[in-house]
Design a binder for this molecule. Sequence first.
Ligand code: MG
Ligand code: MG
Length: 278
Amino acid sequence: MIFGPRIELKSPAELQLMDRAGQLTLRVLSAARSAAVPGATTAEVDAAAEAVIDAAGAQSNFKGYQGFPAVVCISVNEEIVHGIPGSKVLRTGDLVSIDGGAIVEGFHGDSAFTMIVGGDEAGTTADRDLSAATEAAMWAGIAAFATGMKVSDIGDAIDDYVTEAHPQLGLVEEFTGHGIGTAMHMAPDVLNYRARSNGPKIRPGMCLAIEPMLTNGSSETVTLSDDWTVVTADGSRASHWEHSVARHDGGVWVLTAEDGGASGLAPFGVTPVPPSAA
Ligand code: MG
Ligand code: MG
């Protein structure tokens, strides 16, 4: 029998810190969203996000990660993940995924969302539908974490949702979600697709980043020569949504959501429960 790396289970006190890191991550991403207007550079969006981290006296978990130069990843149109902020100018109708996080007292948050620059009505129906499908796939995965027995239930739920509701979209398999806590990327890997192995059991104190990526075409990816930016092989547009989520004795809590995940989980009959400060 093969044992994977140890999975970090958080105490109630540690879950409080995870919650604080999650809430700061939410504010970081909100600032980035507000700054992502037509005519802004992606570097300006990054600066807005960094200002929130600095004002909180917190640290970035993205900047310096394997040499990454910014506090958020900004991936535009055919870029799926890991886009580097810089001189690129955002245009009305661009489909932009922003991924960011923060460290509070040693604990990490990690979250991502997709938006249309200039507002939803500025985008194409295909882009709106792609982002909505990716967000829905994420919530299906989070609901499976809430109700499931094994980490692999998450990938099964994401895969089933996409296969049933959006079979024409590409489900990216090369990148996965992950455990999160005293580091951003920890065991276990959280696959976004149905796999043969069952994966570890879901246990109280487990915190996972759940983050499906969908494309409007092929699921094949290419990494650009900057060694970071991942694009679709066929040039189709992509979307990425992510939340950090805690499972605890009382239920599940979406650490990086404004409402703990209440609205996203309602369609699944799941009511999130904040971790108690026991
Ligand atoms: Mg992320
Ligand atoms: Mg992540």
